[in-house]
Ligand binder design. Structure first.
Ligand SMILES: Cc1ncc(C[n+]2csc(CCOP(=O)(O)OP(=O)(O)O)c2C)c(N)n1
Ligand SMILES: [Mg+2]
Length: 619
């Protein structure tokens, strides 16, 4: 047997460099490179290996959580066909990645995490940053990755790599299993040499399959759709990852079946397609909400039915409603007592399209859907129409960005009041243009994510829309963007704190408590003093961004034009009105205090109990 003597770290990099994926005959290298921050837990191991492999790009990030976000955004834009590894030191460097890991797993996006770990030999224990346990030595903080990883392993002996690495690839490239994969690497083991079989480092191509479901179930599903009077498709992220958008359009244009879109699924259908009802669920359009309420057959494609999609299990009120779930993940396909079609969305829709060649919805239903599509577009136009107030209306700010963006550009967002407004309003014109991380809705994803999106799609302008709260949580990857000469355009909407949670707080009777960024008030002892003197524009400029300050939407529009001519990361600052909000059309189950001294809470509880009556189990 031919052998190659390498350290564990060198073997990992050599292996990663030679992994490829292939789908529909198109092949590419799976790993685009490695993000990292070095410390004593990886500098002599993975750090050394990266140093001697300059053809495997290494990108220094500023925060480990941020680099996982960048990696996830990259893989999301690449439809999960390409990904990054992330290396960290031990202790805080490693645990900083836990949030990123959970985010990757919840959104089903591949990322390989390589946290350094404590010495396997244990001789020097406790090493700097080691959290000791009095009842076992077989544990470290890296065990925190277990519940948030789809595959977790610790390499205590070099030869364990030989069986671990193929498992890493199996999971990362599996459309149903993918998410965060964690390979915990004790800092001594990383540097240990071993005689590896040379075959381990040969080019390997992982085929991304398009599995088909059971035939009997498929026939049953087709019968159900044929017999349905009020069908509805809910397009989730899986529609886009499977590249099923073209067949979806063909199917619905011909049959008239309406489509509503989840956060991850928005863009599955061009906004102007007559069958597009727009956003589904809590942040849904009136059309999507009404059609879901009465639907007799709901076809969920690549959706995990989060509470935002199901309006906290109250969206579907037809007593005879039945679900057909097309999902590559068995777990999701069985949700809501559905007829499960476990398999690839594109492949399944192709069969359904053929089998439904004589099916179409009634002309009355067809017209209703078209009217909803048109009516909503008019509503959006009204919101987007310039009023030019100062502070600006967030809906209008979204309108300015949406109208300026070209049909290959990407909007990135994750948390706050923006995601819901974007979900409702944004006119998505291509499947990758609406980049919302709303699985974990993690404040701080936005800028780091924008960077990853730019790496994946260099020809797109990346519009990161971020609130002041999210910006303050994690803006430091601006420096990484400057370092890599990657241009993203950040639109920072300042509304004096957490407007989304402020509205929620009002709705639960708590008067916006704890959601303003204010000085502590000497008299009330509460955080309701004057506005804090934070200068966001100066903050971004200090990291190297080109900054444009605006105070109304007209100035914002000019700033967007200017930003397009700038070739470096740019931040456009705008104040927005916290009180003027885009209307909503559904409730969301956020539990209310059952007893309280506050009248407003008691009132909220009454409405809440009424809403609760609409919730259903779908068995
Ligand atoms: C990491 C993290 N912490 C807390 C939350 C809960 N949360 C959701 S939105 C929000 C406020 C966001 O503020 P900002 O970015 O200013 O947006 P705005 O609500 O003002 O639109 C908070 C605290 C979260 N989603 N993520
Ligand atoms: Mg805010």
């Amino acid at each position: 047997m031919e052998i190659k003597r390498l350290t564990v770290a060198q073997a990992i990099i050599a292996y990663l460099k030679n992994q490829y994926v292939e789908r529909d005959g198109v092949q590419n290298r799976f790993f685009a490179g490695c993000f990292g921050i070095l410390g004593h837990g990886n500098v002599a191991g993975i750090g050394q290996a990266l140093h001697q492999n300059p053809d495997f790009p290494y990108i220094v990030a500023r925060n480990e959580q941020g680099m996982v976000h960048s990696a996830v955004a990259f893989a999301k834009v690449k439809n999960r066909l390409q990904a990054f590894a992330c290396t960290s030191s031990i202790g805080p460097g490693a645990t900083n990645m836990v949030t990123g890991a959970a985010l990757a797993t919840i959104n089903r996006i591949p990322v390989l995490l390589l946290p350094g770990d404590i010495f396997a030999t244990r001789q020097v224990a406790p090493v700097l940053q080691q959290l000791e346990s009095a009842n076992t030595q077989d544990i470290s903080v890296n065990d925190c990755f277990k519940p948030v990883s789809k595959y977790w392993d610790r390499i205590n002996r070099p030869e364990q790599l030989i069986t671990a690495l193929p498992e890493v690839m199996r999971v990362l490239t599996s459309p149903s299993e993918t998410g965060a994969v964690t390979l915990s690497l004790p800092q001594d083991v990383q540097t240990e040499a071993h005689d590896f079989p040379a075959e381990l480092f040969k080019k390997r191509v992982w085929h991304i399959a398009r599995p088909m479901p059971d035939n009997v179930l498929l026939e049953k599903a087709i019968e159900k759709i044929k017999n349905s009077k009020k069908p509805l498709i809910i397009a989730g992220g899986g529609t886009i990852y499977s590249d099923a958008c073209t067949i979806l359009k063909k199917l619905v244009n011909r049959t008239g079946i309406p489509v509503s879109e989840t956060f991850a699924g928005k863009g599955s259908l061009h906004f102007s397609e007559p069958q597009n009802l727009g956003a589904a669920g809590v942040t849904g359009t009136p059309g999507a909400i009404e059609i879901a309420r009465d639907a007799d057959v709901v076809i969920g494609i690549g959706t995990r039915y989060s509470d935002f999609t199901t309006i906290s299990k109250s969206a579907f009120q037809n007593p005879d409603v039945q679900f057909i779930n097309i999902n590559v993940t068995e777990f999701d396909s069985f949700k809501h007592g559905a007829l499960p079609l476990v398999g690839d969305a594109k492949a399944i829709l192709e069969v359904i399209d053929t089998e439904l060649s004589n099916y179409s919805v009634s002309s009355e239903y067809d017209q209703k859907i078209k009217d909803f599509n048109k009516g909503w577009d008019e509503f959006v136009s009204e919101i987007y129409t310039e009023k030019n107030d100062s502070p600006a209306f967030q809906g209008e700010v979204i309108g300015a960005v949406n109208s300026f963006a070209s049909n290959k550009d990407i909007v990135v967002c994750a948390a706050g009041s923006l995601p819901g407004d974007l979900h409702k309003l944004w006119r998505a014109s291509h499947p990758k243009g609406f980049h919302l991380e709303y699985g974990y809705s993690c404040m701080g994803y936005e800028i780091a994510g924008g960077l990853g999106a730019k790496m994946a799609s260099p020809d797109s302008e990346i519009y990161v829309m971020v609130g002041d709260g999210s910006y303050l949580m994690m803006a430091q990857e601006i420096v990484t963007a400057i370092q890599e000469k990657l241009k993203i355009t950040i639109i920072l909407l300042n509304n004096d704190g957490y407007s989304s949670i402020g509205s929620l707080s009002n709705a639960v009777g708590s008067e916006g408590f704890g959601t303003y960024y204010r000085y502590r008030n000497e008299e009330t002892k509460q955080l309701n003093g004057g506005v804090l003197p934070v200068d966001y524009a100066a903050n971004a400029a200090s990291m190297g961004a080109y900054v444009i300050k605006t105070s109304n939407v007209e100035e914002l529009k000019n700033a967007l034009k200017k930003a397009k001519t700038i070739d470096t990361t740019t931040l456009i600052y705008i104040d927005v009105d916290r009180k003027k909000t885009v209307p909503g059309f559904a409730w969301w189950d956020v539990a209310i205090a059952e007893v309280s001294e506050k009248e407003a809470v008691k009132e909220s509880l009454k409405t809440y109990k009424k809403n609760k009556e609409t919730q259903k189990y779908y068995l």
